[in-house]
Design a protein around this ligand. Structure first.
Ligand SMILES: N[C@@H](CCC(=O)N[C@@H](CS)C(=O)NCC(=O)O)C(=O)O
Length: 222
């Protein structure tokens, strides 16, 4: 039996989606973040890295969402859910796009935690890092994805031969949610916006969100 160790409001939604899309049976163990935003210490007892997601399949225990997705698709995907183009996107999404998303989130939160009266002085350095390094890099990473998605009606690399999402989409979904619904990115292009809408109507993704517990990265109902 497969067990997925999932942290609320996190990348581990990617793995819930893969499990739902591939129709794999699994146990879901959901953890809440500590008030600091970190994962609770119990996750370290499952895997020494202590980060979500962690997948346990019999005697195999894996962390790193990209590795878990590749493992599930190659073991349970019956040759589907892949495209030769995944090689670039799976690394670009986690290595470049997500890195700059995380830098932006961490620096923005740290600035917000500085008492308002002290911000003009104490926020000078984090604001400089944000404006000179993080934001330009994040904007160009977003642009790379937007260019790929513009004029597309389907998946990031057009799906597999049966029209299923591929590894690129399983990786991208969380980044799209953070960008489109996370409230910290302005002026996103129509490619990302419409991809987010399609994703949130895709049955297995809808199911993944239902199962994910607290998940703040979704369209707010008016
Ligand atoms: N590159 C890793 C990132 C793992 C990671 O940082 N997970 C976050 C959730 S999005 C986490 O566990 N955060 C809690 C913490 O840092 O304590 C992956 O793709 O799995």
């Amino acid at each position: 039996m497969i067990t997925l160790h999932h942290l609320e409001n996190s990348r581990s939604i990617r793995i819930i989606w893969v499990l739902e899309e591939l129709g794999i049976e699994y146990d879901l163990k959901t953890y809440k973040r500590l008030p600091s935003g970190l994962a609770p210490p119990e996750l370290k007892q499952v895997d020494k890295l202590g980060h979500a997601p962690i997948l346990v399949d019999g005697s195999t225990s894996l962390s790193e969402s990209g590795a878990i997705i590749e493992y599930l698709v190659s073991k349970y995907g019956a040759g589907n859910y892949t495209s030769p183009d995944d090689v670039f996107w799976k690394h670009y999404i986690e290595g470049s796009l997500m890195s700059f998303c995380v830098f932006k989130l961490v620096l923005s939160i740290s600035i917000e935690k500085i008492p308002v009266l002290l911000r003009p002085v104490m926020a000078v350095v984090p604001r400089m890092i944000l404006s000179q390094w993080v934001e330009p890099n994040l904007a160009s990473a977003i642009n790379v994805v937007e260019n790929q998605l513009s004029n597309k009606q389907g998946w990031l690399v057009d799906g597999d031969s049966r029209g299923n999402p591929t590894i690129s989409d399983f990786m991208l979904a969380f980044s799209v949610d953070v960008l489109v619904y996370g409230g910290r990115a302005d002026n996103l292009g129509p490619g990302l916006q419409s991809y987010a809408q399609r994703l949130h109507q895709h049955p297995s993704y809808v199911k993944a969100i239902e199962k994910a517990g607290d998940y703040r990265y979704q369209k707010k109902e008016n």
